[in-house]
Design a protein around this ligand. Structure first.
Ligand SMILES: Cc1ncc(COP(=O)(O)O)c(C=O)c1O
Ligand SMILES: N[C@@H](CCOP(=O)(O)O)C(=O)O
Length: 466
Protein backbone atom coordinates (compact mmCIF):
# COMPACT_ATOMS: atom_id res chain seq x y z
CA UNK A 1 0.00 0.00 0.00
CA UNK A 2 1.29 3.46 -0.78
CA UNK A 3 0.03 6.87 0.24
CA UNK A 4 -0.72 9.87 -1.92
CA UNK A 5 -1.25 13.50 -0.99
CA UNK A 6 -4.67 15.15 -1.21
CA UNK A 7 -2.94 18.01 -3.04
CA UNK A 8 -1.44 15.83 -5.71
CA UNK A 9 2.19 16.89 -5.96
CA UNK A 10 4.06 15.37 -2.99
CA UNK A 11 5.85 12.05 -3.58
CA UNK A 12 3.92 8.88 -2.77
CA UNK A 13 5.23 7.11 0.35
CA UNK A 14 4.84 3.72 1.97
CA UNK A 15 3.26 3.38 5.43
CA UNK A 16 6.55 3.91 7.27
CA UNK A 17 7.32 7.00 5.20
CA UNK A 18 3.84 8.48 5.63
CA UNK A 19 3.91 7.84 9.40
CA UNK A 20 7.23 9.63 9.83
CA UNK A 21 6.41 12.43 7.37
CA UNK A 22 3.08 13.48 8.92
CA UNK A 23 1.99 16.28 6.59
CA UNK A 24 2.78 15.91 2.87
CA UNK A 25 5.38 18.29 1.46
CA UNK A 26 2.77 20.02 -0.75
CA UNK A 27 0.69 20.91 2.34
CA UNK A 28 -1.78 18.08 1.73
CA UNK A 29 -2.72 15.07 3.83
CA UNK A 30 -1.70 11.52 3.05
CA UNK A 31 -4.41 8.99 2.17
CA UNK A 32 -4.05 5.40 0.97
CA UNK A 33 -3.97 5.19 -2.83
CA UNK A 34 -7.07 3.00 -2.62
CA UNK A 35 -9.36 1.69 0.11
CA UNK A 36 -8.71 -1.94 0.98
CA UNK A 37 -11.99 -3.87 1.12
CA UNK A 38 -12.98 -6.86 3.23
CA UNK A 39 -15.59 -9.34 2.03
CA UNK A 40 -18.64 -10.11 4.16
CA UNK A 41 -17.08 -13.45 5.11
CA UNK A 42 -13.82 -11.80 6.12
CA UNK A 43 -15.72 -9.36 8.36
CA UNK A 44 -17.79 -12.19 9.86
CA UNK A 45 -14.51 -13.99 10.58
CA UNK A 46 -13.39 -11.10 12.80
CA UNK A 47 -16.14 -11.71 15.38
CA UNK A 48 -14.76 -12.82 18.72
CA UNK A 49 -11.16 -11.68 18.12
CA UNK A 50 -9.43 -9.84 20.97
CA UNK A 51 -9.11 -6.10 20.40
CA UNK A 52 -5.39 -6.42 19.66
CA UNK A 53 -6.03 -9.17 17.09
CA UNK A 54 -8.86 -7.23 15.48
CA UNK A 55 -6.63 -4.17 15.29
CA UNK A 56 -3.87 -6.08 13.52
CA UNK A 57 -6.39 -7.68 11.11
CA UNK A 58 -8.03 -4.34 10.19
CA UNK A 59 -4.77 -2.40 9.91
CA UNK A 60 -2.63 -4.99 8.08
CA UNK A 61 -3.69 -3.90 4.56
CA UNK A 62 -2.74 -0.29 5.37
CA UNK A 63 0.60 -1.18 6.95
CA UNK A 64 1.64 -3.29 3.96
CA UNK A 65 5.31 -4.28 3.90
CA UNK A 66 6.35 -1.76 6.57
CA UNK A 67 5.79 -4.37 9.33
CA UNK A 68 5.24 -8.10 9.29
CA UNK A 69 1.83 -9.22 10.52
CA UNK A 70 3.48 -10.84 13.55
CA UNK A 71 5.29 -7.63 14.49
CA UNK A 72 2.13 -5.57 13.99
CA UNK A 73 0.29 -7.92 16.35
CA UNK A 74 3.07 -7.60 18.94
CA UNK A 75 2.72 -3.82 18.79
CA UNK A 76 -1.10 -3.82 19.05
CA UNK A 77 -0.85 -6.25 21.97
CA UNK A 78 1.59 -3.95 23.75
CA UNK A 79 -0.41 -0.78 23.04
CA UNK A 80 -3.80 -2.16 24.11
CA UNK A 81 -2.31 -3.98 27.09
CA UNK A 82 -2.06 -0.57 28.74
CA UNK A 83 -5.84 -0.04 28.73
CA UNK A 84 -7.77 -0.31 31.97
CA UNK A 85 -10.69 -2.29 30.48
CA UNK A 86 -10.26 -5.81 29.15
CA UNK A 87 -12.46 -5.02 26.14
CA UNK A 88 -10.31 -1.89 25.46
CA UNK A 89 -13.34 -0.05 24.00
CA UNK A 90 -16.39 -1.48 25.82
CA UNK A 91 -19.88 -0.98 24.38
CA UNK A 92 -22.78 -0.06 26.72
CA UNK A 93 -26.48 -0.05 25.99
CA UNK A 94 -28.49 3.02 27.07
CA UNK A 95 -31.95 2.11 25.74
CA UNK A 96 -33.50 0.04 22.92
CA UNK A 97 -31.68 1.96 20.21
CA UNK A 98 -28.90 3.97 21.82
CA UNK A 99 -25.44 2.67 22.74
CA UNK A 100 -22.20 4.30 23.83
CA UNK A 101 -18.76 3.07 22.88
CA UNK A 102 -16.40 3.98 25.71
CA UNK A 103 -13.12 5.07 24.20
CA UNK A 104 -11.61 6.54 27.35
CA UNK A 105 -10.04 3.58 29.13
CA UNK A 106 -6.49 4.44 28.05
CA UNK A 107 -3.84 6.15 30.18
CA UNK A 108 -5.04 9.75 29.57
CA UNK A 109 -8.80 9.16 29.58
CA UNK A 110 -9.76 10.11 26.00
CA UNK A 111 -10.18 8.34 22.65
CA UNK A 112 -6.83 9.73 21.52
CA UNK A 113 -5.03 7.02 23.48
CA UNK A 114 -6.38 4.33 21.17
CA UNK A 115 -4.31 5.64 18.29
CA UNK A 116 -1.49 7.40 20.09
CA UNK A 117 -0.38 4.48 22.26
CA UNK A 118 0.21 2.63 19.01
CA UNK A 119 1.71 5.59 17.16
CA UNK A 120 4.35 5.97 19.90
CA UNK A 121 5.38 2.36 19.23
CA UNK A 122 5.40 2.86 15.44
CA UNK A 123 7.72 5.85 15.88
CA UNK A 124 10.09 3.84 18.07
CA UNK A 125 10.07 0.92 15.63
CA UNK A 126 10.68 3.00 12.51
CA UNK A 127 13.25 5.32 14.11
CA UNK A 128 15.25 2.31 15.28
CA UNK A 129 15.85 1.49 11.59
CA UNK A 130 17.84 4.69 10.94
CA UNK A 131 19.89 7.31 12.75
CA UNK A 132 17.15 9.88 12.36
CA UNK A 133 15.78 12.04 15.23
CA UNK A 134 12.14 13.15 15.09
CA UNK A 135 10.86 16.54 16.22
CA UNK A 136 7.15 16.20 16.85
CA UNK A 137 5.21 19.43 16.72
CA UNK A 138 1.55 19.18 17.66
CA UNK A 139 -1.49 21.28 18.45
CA UNK A 140 -4.11 20.36 20.98
CA UNK A 141 -7.45 21.60 22.18
CA UNK A 142 -6.93 19.40 25.21
CA UNK A 143 -6.79 15.67 24.58
CA UNK A 144 -4.34 14.94 21.78
CA UNK A 145 -1.65 16.71 23.79
CA UNK A 146 -1.72 14.50 26.86
CA UNK A 147 -2.21 11.30 24.89
CA UNK A 148 0.74 12.09 22.60
CA UNK A 149 2.95 13.12 25.49
CA UNK A 150 2.13 9.92 27.38
CA UNK A 151 2.95 7.92 24.25
CA UNK A 152 6.39 9.42 23.62
CA UNK A 153 7.65 10.80 26.97
CA UNK A 154 11.15 9.54 27.65
CA UNK A 155 11.49 7.75 24.29
CA UNK A 156 14.87 8.00 22.55
CA UNK A 157 15.23 10.02 19.32
CA UNK A 158 11.99 11.95 19.81
CA UNK A 159 11.30 15.47 21.09
CA UNK A 160 7.72 16.64 21.42
CA UNK A 161 6.56 20.26 21.33
CA UNK A 162 2.86 20.56 22.12
CA UNK A 163 0.96 23.81 21.59
CA UNK A 164 -2.30 24.43 23.45
CA UNK A 165 -4.50 27.53 23.54
CA UNK A 166 -3.73 29.31 26.82
CA UNK A 167 -6.65 29.17 29.27
CA UNK A 168 -8.91 27.19 26.94
CA UNK A 169 -8.38 23.61 28.12
CA UNK A 170 -9.73 22.12 31.36
CA UNK A 171 -7.49 21.98 34.46
CA UNK A 172 -7.30 18.19 34.21
CA UNK A 173 -6.35 18.36 30.52
CA UNK A 174 -3.67 20.98 31.13
CA UNK A 175 -2.14 19.16 34.09
CA UNK A 176 -2.07 15.87 32.17
CA UNK A 177 0.34 17.60 29.80
CA UNK A 178 2.28 20.03 31.94
CA UNK A 179 3.07 17.65 34.81
CA UNK A 180 5.04 15.33 32.53
CA UNK A 181 8.59 16.50 33.24
CA UNK A 182 10.53 14.16 30.91
CA UNK A 183 13.31 16.13 29.19
CA UNK A 184 11.99 15.42 25.68
CA UNK A 185 8.55 16.98 26.46
CA UNK A 186 7.95 20.70 25.85
CA UNK A 187 4.55 22.25 26.49
CA UNK A 188 3.77 25.63 24.97
CA UNK A 189 0.68 27.69 25.86
CA UNK A 190 -0.08 30.19 23.11
CA UNK A 191 -2.39 33.17 22.95
CA UNK A 192 -5.14 32.25 20.52
CA UNK A 193 -7.34 29.30 19.63
CA UNK A 194 -6.65 25.69 18.67
CA UNK A 195 -7.10 26.74 15.02
CA UNK A 196 -4.23 29.23 15.40
CA UNK A 197 -2.05 26.50 16.91
CA UNK A 198 -2.92 24.01 14.18
CA UNK A 199 -2.13 26.59 11.48
CA UNK A 200 1.32 27.16 13.04
CA UNK A 201 2.01 23.44 13.11
CA UNK A 202 1.10 23.05 9.44
CA UNK A 203 3.23 26.07 8.56
CA UNK A 204 6.26 24.54 10.25
CA UNK A 205 6.07 21.48 7.97
CA UNK A 206 6.57 23.79 5.01
CA UNK A 207 9.16 26.11 6.55
CA UNK A 208 12.44 25.06 4.95
CA UNK A 209 14.42 26.94 7.61
CA UNK A 210 12.99 24.33 10.00
CA UNK A 211 12.68 21.27 7.76
CA UNK A 212 16.28 21.59 6.53
CA UNK A 213 17.49 21.17 10.13
CA UNK A 214 14.81 19.06 11.80
CA UNK A 215 12.71 16.06 10.82
CA UNK A 216 9.31 17.48 11.79
CA UNK A 217 6.74 14.82 12.68
CA UNK A 218 3.02 14.83 13.49
CA UNK A 219 0.91 13.31 16.21
CA UNK A 220 -2.25 15.13 15.22
CA UNK A 221 -4.70 13.44 12.91
CA UNK A 222 -2.64 15.03 10.13
CA UNK A 223 -0.81 11.71 10.57
CA UNK A 224 -2.58 8.93 8.65
CA UNK A 225 -1.58 6.33 11.27
CA UNK A 226 -3.81 8.13 13.81
CA UNK A 227 -6.90 7.65 11.68
CA UNK A 228 -6.01 4.11 10.70
CA UNK A 229 -5.96 3.03 14.35
CA UNK A 230 -9.31 4.74 14.96
CA UNK A 231 -10.99 2.67 12.21
CA UNK A 232 -10.67 -0.42 14.38
CA UNK A 233 -13.21 0.49 17.04
CA UNK A 234 -15.93 0.98 14.42
CA UNK A 235 -15.37 -2.67 13.49
CA UNK A 236 -15.29 -3.69 17.16
CA UNK A 237 -18.65 -2.04 17.90
CA UNK A 238 -20.43 -3.08 14.71
CA UNK A 239 -19.35 -6.71 15.06
CA UNK A 240 -20.85 -6.82 18.54
CA UNK A 241 -24.14 -5.44 17.20
CA UNK A 242 -24.54 -7.96 14.38
CA UNK A 243 -22.31 -6.80 11.51
CA UNK A 244 -21.82 -7.81 8.76
CA UNK A 245 -25.48 -8.91 8.68
CA UNK A 246 -26.84 -5.80 10.35
CA UNK A 247 -26.23 -2.11 9.66
CA UNK A 248 -25.12 0.16 12.49
CA UNK A 249 -25.19 3.97 12.71
CA UNK A 250 -22.60 6.02 14.58
CA UNK A 251 -22.84 9.45 16.13
CA UNK A 252 -19.47 11.11 16.52
CA UNK A 253 -18.57 14.20 18.56
CA UNK A 254 -16.55 16.09 15.97
CA UNK A 255 -13.98 18.87 15.77
CA UNK A 256 -11.06 18.13 13.46
CA UNK A 257 -13.09 15.49 11.53
CA UNK A 258 -10.56 12.73 12.27
CA UNK A 259 -12.69 10.38 14.32
CA UNK A 260 -15.67 10.49 12.01
CA UNK A 261 -13.42 10.19 8.94
CA UNK A 262 -12.19 6.92 10.45
CA UNK A 263 -15.86 5.81 10.35
CA UNK A 264 -16.00 6.75 6.68
CA UNK A 265 -12.90 4.63 6.07
CA UNK A 266 -14.53 1.69 7.88
CA UNK A 267 -17.52 2.03 5.54
CA UNK A 268 -15.22 2.09 2.46
CA UNK A 269 -13.65 -1.12 3.78
CA UNK A 270 -17.00 -2.90 3.72
CA UNK A 271 -18.37 -2.37 7.23
CA UNK A 272 -22.16 -1.90 6.98
CA UNK A 273 -22.44 1.65 8.30
CA UNK A 274 -26.00 3.00 7.97
CA UNK A 275 -25.16 6.62 8.80
CA UNK A 276 -22.42 8.73 10.32
CA UNK A 277 -23.87 11.56 12.38
CA UNK A 278 -21.41 14.45 12.70
CA UNK A 279 -22.11 16.12 16.04
CA UNK A 280 -20.68 19.58 16.71
CA UNK A 281 -21.02 22.11 19.50
CA UNK A 282 -21.76 25.75 18.58
CA UNK A 283 -18.47 25.81 16.69
CA UNK A 284 -20.42 24.35 13.83
CA UNK A 285 -18.45 24.76 10.60
CA UNK A 286 -18.98 21.08 9.80
CA UNK A 287 -22.70 21.18 10.51
CA UNK A 288 -23.00 24.16 8.17
CA UNK A 289 -20.85 22.48 5.52
CA UNK A 290 -22.81 19.23 5.57
CA UNK A 291 -26.25 20.81 5.79
CA UNK A 292 -25.81 23.70 3.34
CA UNK A 293 -22.43 23.32 1.61
CA UNK A 294 -21.05 26.41 3.38
CA UNK A 295 -17.58 25.70 4.79
CA UNK A 296 -16.68 29.11 6.15
CA UNK A 297 -14.59 29.72 9.23
CA UNK A 298 -16.38 31.48 12.07
CA UNK A 299 -14.70 32.77 15.23
CA UNK A 300 -14.20 30.15 17.93
CA UNK A 301 -16.60 30.29 20.88
CA UNK A 302 -15.33 28.64 24.08
CA UNK A 303 -17.75 25.92 25.26
CA UNK A 304 -18.05 23.24 27.93
CA UNK A 305 -16.72 20.81 25.30
CA UNK A 306 -13.41 22.62 24.68
CA UNK A 307 -11.75 19.87 22.66
CA UNK A 308 -14.33 20.49 19.94
CA UNK A 309 -13.85 24.27 19.90
CA UNK A 310 -12.52 24.09 16.35
CA UNK A 311 -13.54 26.02 13.24
CA UNK A 312 -11.09 24.60 10.68
CA UNK A 313 -11.48 20.84 10.46
CA UNK A 314 -8.24 19.52 9.06
CA UNK A 315 -9.47 16.10 7.93
CA UNK A 316 -12.44 17.44 6.01
CA UNK A 317 -9.90 17.83 3.21
CA UNK A 318 -9.48 14.06 3.11
CA UNK A 319 -13.22 13.58 2.63
CA UNK A 320 -13.54 16.31 0.01
CA UNK A 321 -10.61 14.81 -1.90
CA UNK A 322 -12.21 11.37 -1.92
CA UNK A 323 -15.68 12.65 -2.84
CA UNK A 324 -14.34 15.02 -5.48
CA UNK A 325 -12.86 12.19 -7.57
CA UNK A 326 -9.40 12.26 -5.97
CA UNK A 327 -8.24 15.14 -8.12
CA UNK A 328 -5.18 16.51 -6.27
CA UNK A 329 -4.78 19.61 -8.44
CA UNK A 330 -8.44 20.60 -7.95
CA UNK A 331 -8.16 19.96 -4.21
CA UNK A 332 -5.03 22.11 -3.98
CA UNK A 333 -6.92 24.94 -5.74
CA UNK A 334 -9.95 24.55 -3.46
CA UNK A 335 -7.78 24.63 -0.32
CA UNK A 336 -5.77 27.57 -1.60
CA UNK A 337 -9.04 29.46 -1.97
CA UNK A 338 -10.08 28.50 1.56
CA UNK A 339 -6.75 29.54 3.03
CA UNK A 340 -6.99 32.94 1.30
CA UNK A 341 -10.64 33.76 2.01
CA UNK A 342 -11.46 31.55 5.04
CA UNK A 343 -14.51 30.35 3.13
CA UNK A 344 -15.39 27.71 0.57
CA UNK A 345 -18.46 26.27 -1.06
CA UNK A 346 -18.65 22.49 -1.51
CA UNK A 347 -19.09 21.28 -5.10
CA UNK A 348 -22.27 19.38 -6.00
CA UNK A 349 -20.33 16.10 -6.17
CA UNK A 350 -18.91 16.71 -2.69
CA UNK A 351 -22.31 17.64 -1.24
CA UNK A 352 -24.15 14.73 -2.79
CA UNK A 353 -21.39 12.25 -1.93
CA UNK A 354 -21.38 13.39 1.69
CA UNK A 355 -25.17 13.28 1.97
CA UNK A 356 -25.18 9.56 1.10
CA UNK A 357 -23.48 8.64 4.38
CA UNK A 358 -23.29 11.70 6.63
CA UNK A 359 -25.80 13.80 8.47
CA UNK A 360 -25.06 16.41 11.08
CA UNK A 361 -26.36 18.18 14.15
CA UNK A 362 -25.22 20.96 16.46
CA UNK A 363 -25.69 21.00 20.23
CA UNK A 364 -25.71 24.27 22.16
CA UNK A 365 -24.75 24.58 25.84
CA UNK A 366 -28.30 23.85 27.09
CA UNK A 367 -28.69 20.83 24.83
CA UNK A 368 -25.35 19.44 26.03
CA UNK A 369 -26.27 20.00 29.67
CA UNK A 370 -29.72 18.48 29.22
CA UNK A 371 -28.23 15.39 27.53
CA UNK A 372 -25.75 14.88 30.39
CA UNK A 373 -28.73 15.02 32.78
CA UNK A 374 -30.79 12.61 30.62
CA UNK A 375 -28.01 10.01 30.55
CA UNK A 376 -27.62 10.21 34.33
CA UNK A 377 -31.28 10.21 35.27
CA UNK A 378 -32.45 7.63 32.74
CA UNK A 379 -29.44 5.33 32.33
CA UNK A 380 -27.31 5.96 35.42
CA UNK A 381 -24.36 6.98 33.21
CA UNK A 382 -22.15 10.00 33.76
CA UNK A 383 -21.06 11.30 30.37
CA UNK A 384 -18.72 14.14 29.46
CA UNK A 385 -19.82 17.22 27.45
CA UNK A 386 -18.23 15.98 24.19
CA UNK A 387 -20.02 12.66 24.41
CA UNK A 388 -23.17 14.64 25.23
CA UNK A 389 -22.96 16.45 21.88
CA UNK A 390 -22.78 13.06 20.20
CA UNK A 391 -25.65 11.60 22.19
CA UNK A 392 -27.79 14.66 21.61
CA UNK A 393 -27.26 14.23 17.86
CA UNK A 394 -27.87 10.47 18.06
CA UNK A 395 -31.19 10.91 19.84
CA UNK A 396 -32.44 13.59 17.45
CA UNK A 397 -31.09 12.10 14.20
CA UNK A 398 -34.25 10.23 13.26
CA UNK A 399 -32.40 7.00 12.46
CA UNK A 400 -34.71 4.09 11.62
CA UNK A 401 -35.72 2.42 14.92
CA UNK A 402 -34.36 -0.99 13.82
CA UNK A 403 -30.83 0.39 13.43
CA UNK A 404 -28.67 0.59 16.55
CA UNK A 405 -27.00 3.96 17.03
CA UNK A 406 -23.60 4.02 18.69
CA UNK A 407 -22.36 7.30 20.16
CA UNK A 408 -18.61 7.46 20.54
CA UNK A 409 -17.86 8.38 24.18
CA UNK A 410 -14.70 10.28 23.49
CA UNK A 411 -13.63 11.42 26.96
CA UNK A 412 -13.97 10.32 30.57
CA UNK A 413 -16.41 12.54 32.50
CA UNK A 414 -13.76 13.26 35.15
CA UNK A 415 -11.84 15.35 32.61
CA UNK A 416 -14.70 17.89 32.79
CA UNK A 417 -16.00 17.57 36.37
CA UNK A 418 -17.60 21.02 36.66
CA UNK A 419 -19.85 20.60 33.62
CA UNK A 420 -20.90 17.12 34.69
CA UNK A 421 -21.60 18.22 38.26
CA UNK A 422 -23.66 21.20 37.09
CA UNK A 423 -26.00 18.89 35.19
CA UNK A 424 -26.19 15.92 37.54
CA UNK A 425 -25.13 17.05 41.02
CA UNK A 426 -22.44 14.35 40.89
CA UNK A 427 -18.75 15.12 40.59
CA UNK A 428 -16.99 12.30 38.74
CA UNK A 429 -13.70 11.36 40.34
CA UNK A 430 -10.47 10.76 38.48
CA UNK A 431 -9.57 7.09 38.06
CA UNK A 432 -6.62 5.92 40.15
CA UNK A 433 -4.46 5.51 37.03
CA UNK A 434 -3.99 9.26 36.64
CA UNK A 435 -2.80 9.40 40.27
CA UNK A 436 -1.89 12.58 42.09
CA UNK A 437 -2.40 14.91 39.13
CA UNK A 438 -3.22 17.95 41.24
CA UNK A 439 -0.17 17.59 43.49
CA UNK A 440 2.44 17.44 40.74
CA UNK A 441 4.73 20.24 39.56
CA UNK A 442 3.83 21.84 36.20
CA UNK A 443 6.22 22.92 33.43
CA UNK A 444 5.00 24.97 30.47
CA UNK A 445 6.25 27.91 28.41
CA UNK A 446 3.87 30.73 27.55
CA UNK A 447 4.41 32.27 24.10
CA UNK A 448 2.59 34.90 22.06
CA UNK A 449 0.48 33.40 19.28
CA UNK A 450 3.12 34.18 16.68
CA UNK A 451 4.72 31.61 14.44
CA UNK A 452 8.23 33.06 14.67
CA UNK A 453 8.25 32.84 18.48
CA UNK A 454 7.19 29.19 18.34
CA UNK A 455 9.69 28.29 15.59
CA UNK A 456 12.52 29.94 17.50
CA UNK A 457 11.57 28.08 20.68
CA UNK A 458 11.48 24.72 18.87
CA UNK A 459 14.76 25.39 17.05
CA UNK A 460 16.46 26.21 20.35
CA UNK A 461 15.67 22.83 21.91
CA UNK A 462 15.13 20.20 19.21
CA UNK A 463 17.75 17.67 18.18
CA UNK A 464 18.92 17.98 14.55
CA UNK A 465 17.66 15.39 12.04
CA UNK A 466 20.69 13.17 12.34
C1 LIG B 1 -13.02 14.51 23.80
C2 LIG B 1 -13.05 14.81 22.34
N1 LIG B 1 -14.16 14.55 21.65
C3 LIG B 1 -14.24 14.80 20.34
C4 LIG B 1 -13.18 15.35 19.65
C5 LIG B 1 -13.33 15.59 18.18
O1 LIG B 1 -12.63 14.62 17.46
P1 LIG B 1 -12.09 14.93 16.00
O2 LIG B 1 -11.16 16.09 16.15
O3 LIG B 1 -11.40 13.70 15.58
O4 LIG B 1 -13.26 15.29 15.19
C6 LIG B 1 -12.00 15.65 20.33
C7 LIG B 1 -10.82 16.24 19.67
O5 LIG B 1 -10.33 15.82 18.72
C8 LIG B 1 -11.92 15.33 21.70
O6 LIG B 1 -10.79 15.53 22.36
N1 LIG C 1 -9.60 17.77 19.91
C1 LIG C 1 -8.24 17.60 19.60
C2 LIG C 1 -7.79 18.55 18.55
C3 LIG C 1 -6.69 17.97 17.74
O1 LIG C 1 -7.21 16.98 16.95
P1 LIG C 1 -6.39 15.84 16.27
O2 LIG C 1 -7.31 14.68 16.32
O3 LIG C 1 -6.10 16.32 14.91
O4 LIG C 1 -5.14 15.59 17.04
C4 LIG C 1 -7.44 17.68 20.89
O5 LIG C 1 -7.95 17.25 21.88
O6 LIG C 1 -6.32 18.12 20.91
Amino acid sequence: MDYISTRGSAPALDFEGATLAGLASDGGLYVPREWPRFSKDEIAGMAGLSYAELAARVMAPFVGQSLTYERLLELTTEAYGRFAHKAVTPLKQLDEQQWVLELFHGPTLAFKDVALQLLGLFFEEFLSRSDRNLTIVGATSGDTGSAAIDAVAGRAKVDIFMLHPHGRVSDVQRRQMTTVLAPNVHNIAIDGSFDDAQAMVKRMFNDTAMTDRFAIGAVNSINWARLMAQVVYYFAAALQLGAPEREVAFSVPTGNFGDVFAGYVAAQMGLPVAKLVVATNVNDILHRALSSGDYSQGTVTPTAAPSMDIQVSSNFERLLFDLGGRDGAAMAEQMKGFEATKAMQLSNAQREGAAALFQSARADQDEMAETIRWAWENCGELIDPHTACGLFAARTAGIDAKTPVVTLATAHPAKFPEAVERSTGHRPSLPARVGDLFDREEKCTKLAGEYDAVAEFVAGLAAPKV
